[in-house]
Ligand binder design. Sequence first.
Ligand code: CMC
Length: 428
Amino acid sequence: MANTAELKLSDQTVQLPIVEGSEGEKAVDISTLRQKTGYITLDPAYVNTGACNSAITFIDGEKGILRYRGIPIEVLAERSNFLETSYLLMYGKLPNAVELEKFTSRIRRHTMVHEDIKRFYDGFSRDAHPMAILASVVCSLSAFYQNEKGTPEEVGELTRIRLLAKLPTIAAYAYKKSVGQPFIYPDNNRNYCENFLAMMFSLPAEKYEADPVLVEVLNLLLILHADHEQNCSTSTVRMVQSSGATTWASITAGICALSGPLHGGANQEVIEMLEQIQNEGGKVQKYVEMAKSKESKFKLMGFGHRVYKNFDPRAKIIKIACDKVLKRMNVSDPLLDIAKELEEAALKDSYFIEKKLYPNVDFYSGIIYRAMGIPVNTFTVMFALGRLPGWLAHAKELSEDKSTKISRPRQIYVGPTLAEYIPLNERK
Ligand code: CMC
């Protein structure tokens, strides 16, 4: 096969290189197109644009495949734990026992946040959205580490460890603030997930043992969220990192991007939608019709995906986990029945079939978070905790790539052509 593509424009023809990935995905490399022809490509929302080469995560949206560093998500969900998966994403291979122990104990040693950071929480109202707090505190932390000594690689590495270690503490403090309870310091004798649950749910007055079912399911959810190649928040992280900003800054930007209802914020919206359906007597068909109507702006939250056009493998795993976890915890949640009914109604509707809209990772995750006692406004924070190693892996990959340039898309200008400046007193 020719390894160039011929592009015929009205006034010229140009040859462009074809790039092929390790899984056979092909791309036309248009990076020299403007220089050769004066044309740029236009692809709003990057529907068909590859922004980088990446060796971290592979997705085949047609076949419902998701792999981290080549390992299928189903295998990791069953056999790995969150820190091992984080290592895999960040360093490109599964750690051996010594490497894992070293990585884990480094993270354990950085779980506390500076005491002064606690005062930042006083500035937020009790009902402040925890995603806003998370982003603000992560960004503020950069000011505590602005004079780090060492090479850029050493500083980058320490920042990544600090972020992984501290994000659960920052998130749990945001929750404690909202319920007016004292902040609980991390306990480094506990593992990552236990520690987070203890910081969320324990009280100084009582002994707390994390329920092993909760620890197991939290581990699973974090693994399933850990990376998803060039999604909106990860692309944001890469873009900010490309300017040479600190990893604190790029992760803050990633958290902000994730908060949107079309991205990570969807998990909160799904539960709110299911609650609304419940309050109206469980009329799922009404919501299916609303989602199809061009007049209503309503979308079925937790449905559809830019890449998956068959099924979302994460949603498949979470749906099974949902049944299991609720059973093991002896919880019966009517929202699960509504969610299943809604899924069934949508999946047999021609609108959803034709547009290839399936439940995504956010459709069932909220039901598990609810059963765990996580408040609805903290669901997206849970997504951020899971996605952090993916963001860090991408920030690292980009920083280590010698060919990295600052990200800077072009545009087609559609505003006024050369215009006159009219003095204020002459303007109508
Ligand atoms: N309900 C009803 N219609 C939908 C939905 C939905 N959930 N999703 C897409 N469509 C329609 C959409 O209106 C469009 O119709 P038309 O061709 O007539 O204009 C068509 O399907 C294609 O959708 P799109 O919006 O052009 O697709 P996209 O790739 O730009 O958006 C999406 C993907 C996930 C933002 C979108 O499906 C959506 O808004 N879903 C609901 C929000 C959600 O669940 N987000 C979480 C995504 S997964 C986790 C994550 O990435 O954070």
